[in-house]
Each structure stands twice: as structure tokens, then as C-alpha cells.
Design a protein around this ligand. Structure first.
Ligand code: PDD
Length: 282
């Protein structure tokens, strides 16, 4: 994989992308990020991701280049990689910048914008064919989960717990209601309808989630309802799937020790996955 890094306006070899040890991202997780999938050279939902980056930055008062500038920088970086055959991902991170360590941030810092390309680590085919197991966990995060912040410790701990349980993902719950996975959103199927928790401050409003709600649902004539989902209701669902940039549409066949539906990939989930693949590879 190409180790060219975009670093504050320049494209440099990785060894030259040096971050100050007093960067607030390093000391306080004071920054925001995006992960964008690039299918055969074409970034999927680029503007949506960049708009969310700018939105997350604004919520934290981190100064951020304008959308047009962000688009230009991302496209120039992508062009420099000359990677049109293989599917890749771009990690974009914006931190508030460096200053002597102090909690309250100074207002005049120079933010640090980096982009790093990586392989698009999609999950093995068998996960999509056979479905995966997930576990449930209390949601231990703060109440501004709609910000895509690099402060991810609860997510990291939840994902590790899932790994230990040989599960794909940990789906979190607050006050008896499901929020989302540690790095994905959740949907369930009831009859001909799709249900997903509403976009509140307790979830990240995933771009893949929005694609299912706004494009794939209508295309397949499925009603999509944004509704609070109790854990009980999740356990009774006919089909369950996760969505995310690197997760795509992941069928879930087991939750903790219970089977979902017949314990096989659901029919609607399969159709949604196919529709998503058509959209991303179009
Ligand atoms: N995570 N919820 C959380 C907490 C996430 O971290 C992510 C994505 C999603 C799905 O969002 P989207 O559909 O926009 O990718 C939902 C990225 C992929 C990551 O942290 O690697």
C-alpha cells in the first residue's frame, strides 16, 4: 500500500509526517475523523463524509477548511495515489493542533489535517454469506455520540469484548434501548419494514445508515421507520443487520446466545446487501 500521507496541505512520505507530541489529539483525543471507502478510484459519498467532518469540527469549535477546499484536498490526494484498480479507504483526521498541555483550548491553534490511505478491509465473504454473531453491552459513552470524535475508548473496549466473545460487533444499549454498534449502526426487520434507532445525540448518524434509509429502502419499496428499539424487540427481530463504511451491510444471525430468526441470513438483508454492492460498485 502506498505510504504517501497528506499532511497539512502537502503530500509527504510517511516518515516525514511528524506530529508534535503536544498535539491535542494525542493528549486529549481532541479531534475528529472520517473513514471513506474508495471503490476503484471513486470515493463513495465523499461530500457527505466531508460535510460530517466539518459538522463534527464545528461542534467542537475546531477550525476546519471549507467543504470545497476539503474536497479539493481529498481528490488531489486520491489522484496522487493513482489507485484505481484496488478498493481502498481514506482515513481523514483533524485535530485541534499543538500547544502546552492545558484543558481549556486556546482559540488560535493551527489545526492538523492528515489523510492516510489504507486497504479497504472489507470482511471475509463468508461473513456476508453466513452472517455473524454480535454481543450486547451497556453503552458507556458520553452524550455527544453524533460527533465523530477520535475519543473512542468505550468503542475500543466494546469491540475488544466482542472479539473475545468471537463475535463481530458489540451493540450497545442505554436505558434498555439499543443505540448502535461500536463502529456500525443497527437495523432490524419486522415484516416488510426496516427499523433503526432514530438519529439522536446517542448515535453517530452513519452515512451507510442514511444510504439505506434514503436510497435502498425506497428502491426496494421497504418502509423504513426510525424508532427506539428495546433490547427485547431486538431479540425478537426476524432479521438484523449492521451498516458502516467498512462493514457495508452485515447480516447478524446470533445475538449473545440467541439465534436471530432461523439463524440464517435473512431474505431482505440479502437484498439490501446486493443493492448496496450495486450502488457502491456502480
Ligand atoms: N466507523 N457508528 C459508529 C460509532 C461508527 O464509528 C461508525 C463508523 C458508524 C457507521 O458510520 P458510516 O456508515 O458513516 O461509516 C456508526 C468508522 C468506519 C470507523 O471508525 O472505522
Amino acid at each position: 500500500m502506498n505510504q504517501k500521507i497528506y499532511f497539512n496541505g502537502e503530500i509527504v512520505p510517511r516518515e516525514e509526517a511528524l506530529v508534535d507530541i503536544e498535539d491535542r489529539g494525542y493528549q486529549f483525543a481532541d479531534g475528529v475523523y472520517e473513514v471513506i471507502a474508495v471503490y476503484q478510484g471513486k470515493p463513495f459519498k465523499l461530500m457527505e463524509h466531508l460535510e460530517r467532518l466539518a459538522f463534527s469540527a464545528a461542534e467542537l469549535e475546531i477550525s476546519c477548511p471549507g467543504i470545497n477546499q476539503l474536497q479539493h484536498e481529498t481528490e488531489s490526494y486520491l489522484a496522487s495515489l493513482n489507485q484505481t484498480e484496488e478498493d481502498i479507504s481514506i482515513y481523514i483526521q483533524l485535530t485541534r493542533g499543538a500547544c502546552p498541555r492545558t484543558h481549556a483550548y486556546p482559540d488560535d491553534l493551527d489545526p492538523v489535517l492528515i489523510m492516510k490511505a489504507g486497504s479497504l478491509e472489507l470482511r471475509p465473504d463468508e461473513y456476508y454469506q453466513n452472517g455473524v454473531k454480535i454481543i450486547t453491552r451497556p453503552d458507556e459513552r458520553w452524550s455527544k455520540c453524533y460527533i465523530k470524535s477520535i475519543a473512542l475508548l468505550p468503542n475500543v473496549m466494546a469491540k475488544k469484548a466482542a472479539k473475545r466473545a468471537r463475535a463481530y460487533e458489540a451493540v450497545m444499549h442505554r436505558d434498555g434501548f439499543v443505540t448502535e454498534g461500536s463502529s456500525s449502526n443497527l437495523f432490524l426487520v419486522e415484516g416488510d419494514s426496516l427499523l433503526t434507532p432514530p438519529a439522536s445525540n446517542y448515535i453517530l448518524n452513519g452515512i451507510t445508515r442514511q444510504t439505506v434509509i434514503q436510497e435502498i429502502g425506497p428502491k426496494l419499496s421497504l418502509e423504513v421507520r426510525e424508532q427506539s428499539i428495546s433490547l427485547d424487540r431486538l431479540f425478537r427481530a426476524e432479521e438484523v443487520f449492521l451498516t458502516g463504511t467498512t462493514t457495508e451491510i452485515m447480516p447478524v444471525v446470533r445475538i449473545d446466545e440467541r439465534e436471530v430468526g432461523q439463524g440464517r441470513v435473512g431474505e431482505l438483508t440479502g437484498r439490501i446487501l446486493t443493492a448496496y454492492r450495486e450502488l457502491t460498485r456502480a
